[in-house]
Design a protein around this ligand. Structure first.
Ligand code: NAP
Length: 186
């Protein structure tokens, strides 16, 4: 069920309630900020089991991930590499991040692996996409090593910016309206 509004209106509340009537097991939500999940939890017979959101070292979603964990909801991270190469949606902020590149160089890993390992260590499911066999294999080679506390601290300090898609045009710079929406969604 895809609903991307700050507050659920009556129709959306009714939709969730109706869907709960059809399924007996679990539901997933898509791009829900914590205040929307709070609303759902206040009335839903079946709470969301999974919440799929953009998450990577440049948009870490710490508060949302914490909130979901406290409420037994698993976060799935999409755009783990910033959807690099996707002209309609993607950006280069993850794949051109100096902090991630430095860590990758010092560990003999690729930058993509550092981003994916960081996500893995946040306890989320990773929805990574590749059509390239070599990169698919590389993306799976993240389970037999770990990031040090110092490396995690460096990643924590990466400036945060949510990627916003505005009706077919990408928001690239600072925007007061988007900053206000972000503050309200948090
Ligand atoms: N729920 C939602 O609202 C939502 C929104 C966006 C995306 N998604 C889903 O999330 C999944 C993945 O997200 P995404 O496509 O946005 O972003 P992504 O996985 O961050 O980026 C995919 C891009 O990264 C490249 N790539 C993959 N591994 C790489 C590596 N090791 N080194 C360099 N480049 C690499 C891929 O190119 P190659 O194929 O050439 O390797 C592809 O162009 C998709 O299945 C998508 O449907 C969901």
């Amino acid at each position: 069920m895809k609903m991307e509004f700050k507050k659920m209106n009556n129709m959306e509340v009714e939709s969730w309630t109706r869907v709960c009537g059809f399924v007996s097991y679990s539901l997933s939500s898509d791009n829900f900020p914590s205040n929307m999940i709070k609303q759902i939890l206040s009335f839903a017979k079946i709470p969301p089991a999974v919440n799929q959101v953009e998450m990577n070292p440049t948009w870490q979603q710490k508060k949302l991930n914490e909130f979901c964990k406290e409420n037994g909801i698993v976060v799935t991270a999409y755009s783990a590499l910033g959807a690099v190469g996707n002209r309609g949606w993607g950006h280069n902020r993850v794949m051109e991040c100096d902090v991630l590149q430095d860590i990758a160089n010092s560990k003999g890993k690729t930058l993509a692996q550092i981003s994916l390992r960081w996500l893995y260590e946040q306890g989320v499911i990773i929805a990574i996409k590749s059509f390239n066999t070599k990169r698919m294999k590389q993306n799976l080679e993240i389970f037999d090593w770990s990031l040090t506390q110092e490396e995690l601290n460096k990643i924590d300090r990466i400036p945060q910016r949510r990627h916003v898609y505005l009706g077919g045009s990408m928001s690239t710079g600072h925007n007061d309206i988007l900053a206000k929406i972000d503050a309200e969604l948090d």
